[in-house]
Design a protein around this ligand. Structure first.
Ligand code: NDP
Length: 293
């Protein structure tokens, strides 16, 4: 039994999806096939992950109808600008091997070239009007970026995909979005970024509070963190390449955290970001060519 959230344009999105950041292109089809087999119906990829084709291959091979699976992808900053972003859609759709991408979002704001960011978003608005995407949104936008976007464009983003896990919760940004109908999608929802650089001592998976709550429910730390997102109304996209973990991360619909347990996890926020500061994203530092095929 899964559950859904409703985007600001009425489109339904599964509460738990599957992420493929850092999943090598040649392992992506197998990982996504495992996720679809498990029951995930949302896959989150990005042009910059270089594995959209593996996602599309897995979807095709699954035998599932296209409308049973919610596909999400992201435009990389090197493809910002109105015409460039329309073309970025063609590249992503070709690799995913679909006619419609369910949710297409800007991967980052480009604070030093915000006009390009606005032009890219206007291209997303055009894709939405053309029926090529079912919803549009953004990622890693801070409040000031959202304010500017909202003042210069017509369609309120359906989502803002941002770093959210027990150690970095961005509650002010989440609240700003919620007041305007922008759903928070949590990236690194189980705190992958707190351990994927190899330092397990700072990992959410080993946090004593999370581990003790997990023990009380006979669940894992990852499952408790995902439950925490679900009960906060936050959409989450955990990633794994391991079938047992892929299954574990989806087995979160048969237990509930108490209000007290949720409050204890809320208290773990350190305010320290794991990912890059959104302000430092520039084409010079992060630009990279997104291939046609
Ligand atoms: P996650 O919080 O999903 O954690 C993934 C890491 O935790 C991997 O190292 C994985 O290893 C490990 N892991 C997965 N499940 C378990 C488990 N049950 N127990 C213990 N370890 C586990 O981090 P991500 O950073 O991958 O974020 C998830 C998704 O969010 C990405 O895949 C991507 O789709 C999106 N994302 C978006 C960003 C953006 O800028 N918009 C930035 C970063 C991520 P293994 O695979 O070996 O199991």
């Amino acid at each position: 039994m899964t559950s859904h959230l409703t985007l600001n344009n009425g489109v339904e999105i599964p509460a738990i999806g599957f992420g493929v950041f850092q999943t090598p292109p040649d392992e992506t089809q197998v990982a996504v096939a495992s996720a679809l087999e498990t029951g995930y119906r949302l896959i989150d990829t990005a042009a910059a992950y270089a594995n959209e084709r593996g996602v599309g291959d897995a979807l095709k091979a699954s035998g599932l109808d296209r409308d049973e699976v919610f596909l999400e992808s992201k435009v990389w900053i090197s493809d910002y600008g109105y015409d460039q972003t329309l073309h970025a859609y063609e590249k992503s759709a070709r690799k995913l091997q679909v006619d419609v991408i369910d949710l297409f979002i800007l991967h980052q704001a480009l604070p030093s070239e915000f006009d390009k960011t606005i032009a890219a978003y206007k291209a997303l608005e055009a894709l939405l009007a053309d029926g090529k995407v079912r919803a549009i949104g953004v990622s890693n936008f801070m409040i000031e970026h959202l304010e500017r976007l909202l003042s210069e464009t017509d369609i309120v983003p359906a989502v803002n995909q941002i770093e959210v896990h027990p150690y970095f919760q961005q509650r002010e940004l989440q609240a700003f979005g919620a007041e305007r109908g922008i759903l928070t999608q949590a990236w690194s929802p189980i705190g992958g970024i707190t351990s994927y650089r190899g330092d397990d001592s700072k990992s959410t998976f080993n946090d004593p509070v999370i581990v003790s709550i997990a023990e009380a429910h006979g669940k894992s730390a990852a499952q408790v963190m995902l439950r925490w997102h679900i009960q906060h109304g936050v959409q989450a996209i955990p990633k794994s390449v391991k079938p047992a973990r892929i299954a574990e991360n989806f087995d979160v619909f048969d237990f509930e955290l108490t209000a007290e347990e949720i409050a204890r996890i809320d208290d773990l926020d350190t305010g320290v970001r794991g990912g890059p500061e959104p302000e430092v994203i520039t084409l010079e530092a992060f630009g990279r060519d997104i291939p046609e095929e």
